[in-house]
Design a protein around this ligand. Structure first.
Ligand SMILES: [Zn+2]
Length: 167
């Protein structure tokens, strides 16, 4: 940090305090060369998280978009109203905790499917049918069979939402 008066780099912090918004720190500094005092404001910069799509294009991670995809899959399913939001938050927290700046979109899709598989199996199949775009009924059947294998005999409702949500 250069002194605004003389340009010297030898400055020291004489006072430091959090501002009310708790993400800004205000610092009083003093130049070691000319003793000029000045103030700096330090803010936390949220690390960028970029999603790399299958075709190689990149876009900023959009937590709300993820939550809306999850919400769509969970429509009218017996899960808490906040389930989609919570799952999206958990996925974002997991990605950020890894400290990665770029993440393949497939990875996010797989994380979303893992969440849905625990939350609600119908939602899982709905999401998988859009996300994985099953080639044919055999693929879909394999996915459902794997759910049966995992959980034993359960009633699986095979009505799948139309593919309109695919992007
Ligand atoms: Zn100075």
């Amino acid at each position: 940090m250069r002194c605004p008066q003389c340009g010297d780099r030898d400055t020291r912090v004489v006072d430091s305090r959090d501002l009310d918004d708790a993400v800004t720190i205000r610092r009083r500094r003093e130049c070691g060369a000319c003793s000029t005092r000045f103030t700096t404001y330090e803010r936390i910069e949220a690390a960028r998280l970029v999603v790399v799509k299958r075709d190689g294009t990149r876009q900023e991670f959009d937590r709300d978009k993820l939550a809306s995809g999850l919400r769509k899959a969970l429509t009218r399913r017996p899960v808490p109203e906040t389930a989609a939001e919570q799952a999206a938050d958990e996925i974002e927290a997991e990605l950020r905790s890894e400290g990665m700046t770029e993440v393949p979109s497939q990875r996010i899709g797989q994380m979303a499917m893992a969440k849905l598989r625990i939350l609600d199996q119908i939602a899982y199949i709905r999401f998988a049918s859009v996300y994985q775009s099953f080639e044919d009924l055999e693929d879909l059947k394999r996915e459902v069979d794997s759910l049966y294998d995992a959980r034993g005999t359960i009633a699986v409702d095979l009505r799948v939402e139309p593919k309109a949500a695919k992007r």
